[in-house]
Write a protein of this length. Structure first.
Length: 585
């Protein structure tokens, strides 16, 4: 076969997929169609060829205008060979065989192997042949494809052209993209996962950066994928008011490494109207402590527990029992105390929010006076997670003896906050009857715990005011206003004073509320004062004055009890007096 020397152009290197993979953005490149055939045809038992100058860098498919010649011989296999027409001798780039049935009259398609073949020169030759004298390649007179030639029997002619079409992609053949599923299903306000696949030629290993062009109201996270291997996933989200319908989207890949290349793939995103989301109508009880169970009633819940999530101000937990209209949930230990907003997420859809309070554990307060006052030795808390170290002391130590309380984590022995210095004794000047006498309440100071979460240090003061230190052992933060001034004497009793009132300390069942019952200050009301301190807010909750019994010269040592109810309120009883209730936030 004769050949004509033509100009050469340098083209970009391209990328490739495995054979049979759909091509991204394949477009018609070169053709002498849609010229109406009316010239003639050559049977392709003799090699016939047409020269073509593609503009796209990746040749993906060729169509040849064929018709049946001699009838009665059945179909045949027709082979298309693509040649580099500027190489000497012409170099074979691809060979594709298709089975064509007798009676065919039209354009027969030949798909290039893989993602296509690179176009190394301006000019290619499309060579067609078959084994039987059955099929004819149509040509058109008038040189409809300028510059190109047809060849038959080794002779070239520029006055006519065989009917052909070439298809390709810009950017190269080194890789191609797929997006699955196609279409990507989305409901308004919902999410769906899409996987972007990268099919590569064996020699192509560069990373591919893929960006997505999506319809309005739809976003992707991540919006850009850096794919070093075969695929990567992204989550598509449709806004609550995204337009509904089946929309076209585009994935565009770029490789800028040693083998620069691009590829583009169209896919679809199908957005449907949002299904009715879950709705919460009631939570019972409306106040519950950590670890307690609640029942959430409503509609639209998923009967499969793993598809539901109940949120308490950002702390989420899977229900323990589930139905379409109710969920049973254990309040998580990390849920913040106090009023919060409860929401249900079911199958990716979020409910309305309802008010709910994370309460404290209900029950009676326990007295911890003996665990704090009059103590000067190293001890561990009941849970074994913390300990307090105090230098060994001697009962009835002389006035002015100083101690240091150091709270430490177990078993790391790391210091929680700073050490607290305190004095054991409390002294005061009694001026009764015109004489001054210094009196000492000895060995009253000490250090201890409210369970394992709050550290308490009582400082006798020894001449100054007595003080109570409170420390959150989980965060190492001191309570607001700590230390608090604490009165020991009962100054409102009629002189001569006959009683010094030692403080008494109590804790709530879960240790988060501290009650201190102390002598009332001279500037206050009543003879005693009950003060509640809250670990959750690290603040003083409330102070309640307590009066001595009528016709009594002393306050005495009345029985004290406090009960925290399921409604998050405390009832306090001192002797025969009932005080409160005190509400906890």
């Amino acid at each position: 076969m004769a050949r004509t020397s033509l100009s050469v152009a340098t083209l970009l290197v391209a990328a490739s997929l495995a054979a049979g993979t759909a091509f991204a953005q394949e477009t018609l490149d070169q053709s002498n169609a849609p010229a109406t055939w009316g010239g003639g045809a050559h049977h392709v038992t003799t090699r016939s060829a047409q020269t073509v100058s593609p503009t796209l860098t990746c040749l993906t498919r060729v169509e040849i205008g064929l018709m049946t010649g001699n009838r009665g011989k059945g179909g045949d296999q027709v082979t298309l060979t693509v040649l580099d027409w500027n190489a000497t001798p012409p170099k074979e780039l691809a060979k594709v065989t298709a089975t064509v049935q007798e009676g065919f009259n039209g354009f027969q398609s030949f798909a290039m192997p893989g993602t296509g073949i690179e176009v190394p020169r301006n000019w290619l030759a499309l060579q067609v042949e078959s084994g039987k004298n059955v099929f004819w390649w149509k040509y058109q007179l008038g040189n409809l494809y300028p510059g190109g030639q047809y060849f038959f029997g080794g002779n070239g002619d520029s006055a006519r052209d065989y009917l052909f079409k070439t298809y390709g992609r810009a950017g190269g053949c080194k890789f191609s993209l797929t997006v699955t599923p196609d279409p990507v299903p989305l409901a308004q306000g919902g999410t769906s996962t899409a996987t972007v696949g990268v099919a590569r030629q064996p020699s192509f290993t560069d990373p591919v950066n893929v960006t997505l062009a999506l319809p309005g109201g739809v976003t992707a996270a991540p919006a850009t994928l850096a794919i070093g291997g075969g695929s990567a996933a992204t989550t598509l989200t449709a806004s609550a008011n995204a337009p509904t319908g089946n929309f076209t989207a585009t994935a565009k890949g770029t490789a800028s490494g040693t083998s620069p290349s691009t590829s583009q793939k169209s896919f679809h995103v199908n957005v449907t109207a949002a299904a009715a989301g879950p709705k919460v109508t009631n939570v019972a009880p409306a106040v519950q402590h950590r670890g307690g169970a609640i029942t959430v009633t409503g509609s639209g819940f998923d009967p499969t527990c793993g598809s539901n999530m109940v949120g308490f101000a950002g702390v989420n937990v899977v229900p323990t029992a589930c139905g379409a209209g109710s969920l049973t949930v254990t309040v998580p230990t990390q849920a913040p105390y106090g009023l919060t907003t409860l929401k249900v997420t079911s199958s990716g859809r979020s409910s309305n929010g309802v008010a709910f309070s994370v309460g404290r554990q209900a029950g009676n307060f326990a007295e911890i006076t003996g665990d704090v006052l009059h103590q000067h030795t190293t001890r561990a808390c009941a849970g074994g997670t913390a300990k307090v170290e105090v230098p060994a002391g001697t009962p009835n130590t002389p006035s002015g003896a100083t101690y240091v309380a150091s709270y430490r984590k177990v078993p790391a022995n790391s210091l929680i906050g700073t050490s607290i210095t305190f004095q054991s004794d409390f002294s005061y000047l009694d001026t009764l009857g015109g004489t001054s006498t210094r009196r000492i309440i000895a060995n009253i100071g000490g250090a201890g715990f409210s369970l394992c979460t709050v550290g308490l240090v009582f400082d006798g003061g020894n001449g100054g005011s007595a003080r109570l230190f409170l420390r959150d052992l989980e965060t190492a933060a001191d309570f607001q206003g700590s230390p608090y001034a604490v009165d020991i004497r009962v100054p409102r009793l009629t002189a001569p004073f006959t009683q010094d009132y030692d403080p008494r300390l109590f804790r709530s069942p879960d240790g988060t509320v501290i009650l201190a019952v102390t002598a009332a200050p001279a500037s206050g009301t009543g003879n005693l004062v009950a003060t509640f301190y809250d670990k959750a807010t690290r603040a003083k909750l409330s102070s309640l004055p307590i009066s001595k019994p009528a016709n009594s010269a002393t306050i005495g040592n009345p029985a004290i009890s406090a009960t925290l109810g399921a409604d998050n309120r405390i009832a306090l009883t001192v002797g025969t007096q009932t005080l409160g209730p005190v509400s906890i936030p």
